[in-house]
Write a protein that binds this ligand. Structure first.
Ligand code: KIV
Length: 286
């Protein structure tokens, strides 16, 4: 059974800011946990945006099923299909040279059992070229994780607010509050690690619980609304760069105002066309 060694790699470049002449792998991620290095992760859904993040040195990108709302116009992650994840994952792989690209397993492509999960994950690795695959769930997904890892596919888990279960949760709510829920979250995290996952996302959980899990696990935790003690932090890129409209979750920090920038640029273009300013002489052929 293929399991990741957590041995320290001497003279390893740092995940962010280090000189890598190859793609980052799950071994580099394991070494970062060993050395206590924190690292950033962003979602990506297309080649051009992914190439910007790759050049900026983002070491890990997730082609997440958040593409449902952020890219495909759905109102949640639930309708996203494997075919959609495959097309956009392949684009992100083509647009990058250095980042580890993780493809998400959408709702309905792994819940039926380990064989279904393996079939879906195999397509992501073979057809899209991703270096790892993510799925939601702790103890309930452990058999799936075990089989995929045994088949040589690096797996990232996802616990806490798992958006594919939005109908069961009755909305997007913080998970792991209260002693019983916190203990279950810790058990789920251990189950994901014991099944062979190389990392686990903790979404919208109390920072105290995330901190306890991060200290207890040998694999890195990737926080999103899980406080500062996680080994890594992930944000949905359209949230972080100010493209997503409307009210954002409390855990989002906006690093740019892309929505306003694009709005202003689109209006300027339209005004110039209407007023005969564009195209100017330098834009014409003779
Ligand atoms: O699908 C996604 O983008 C995710 C992140 C929010 C972690 O699961």
């Amino acid at each position: 059974m293929t399991r990741i060694s957590h041995a320290r790699t001497q003279d390893r470049p740092s995940l962010y800011g280090g000189e890598f002449s190859r793609r980052i792998t799950v071994r580099d991620i394991a070494a970062a946990k060993e050395s206590g290095e924190k690292w950033p992760m962003l979602t990506a859904y297309d080649a051009m945006t992914a190439s910007v993040f790759d050049q900026a040195g983002i070491p890990v990108m997730l082609v997440g099923d958040t593409m449902g709302a952020c890219h495909l116009g759905y109102d949640s992650t639930v309708p996203v299909t494997l075919e959609e994840i495959l097309v956009l994952s392949a684009a992100v792989v083509r647009g990058t040279e250095r980042a580890l690209i993780i493809g998400d397993l959408p709702f309905g492509t792994y819940q039926a059992g380990p064989e279904q999960a393996l079939r879906s994950a195999t397509r992501l690795v073979k057809e899209a070229g991703v270096g790892a695959v993510k799925l939601e769930g702790g103890e309930r997904s452990a058999r799936q994780i075990d089989l995929m890892v045994s088949a040589g596919i690096p797996i990232m888990g996802h616990l806490g607010l798992t958006p594919q279960s939005v109908n069961a949760f009755g909305g997007y709510r913080v998970q792991g509050r209260g002693e019983t829920a916190a203990r279950q979250l810790v058990r789920d995290a251990r189950a994901v690690q014991d099944a062979g996952a190389f990392a686990v996302v903790l979404e919208a959980v109390p920072e105290e619980v995330a901190s306890e899990i991060t200290a207890a696990l040998d694999i890195p935790t990737v926080g999103i609304g899980a406080g500062p003690d996680c080994d890594a932090q992930v944000l949905v890129w359209t949230d972080a760069m100010g493209l997503t409209p409307g009210r954002l979750p409390r855990f989002v920090k906006k690093y740019s105002g892309l929505r306003d920038t694009l709005d202003e640029a689109a209006r300027t273009f339209a005004d110039e066309v209407v007023n005969g300013v564009f195209p100017a002489a330098e834009h014409a052929y003779h």
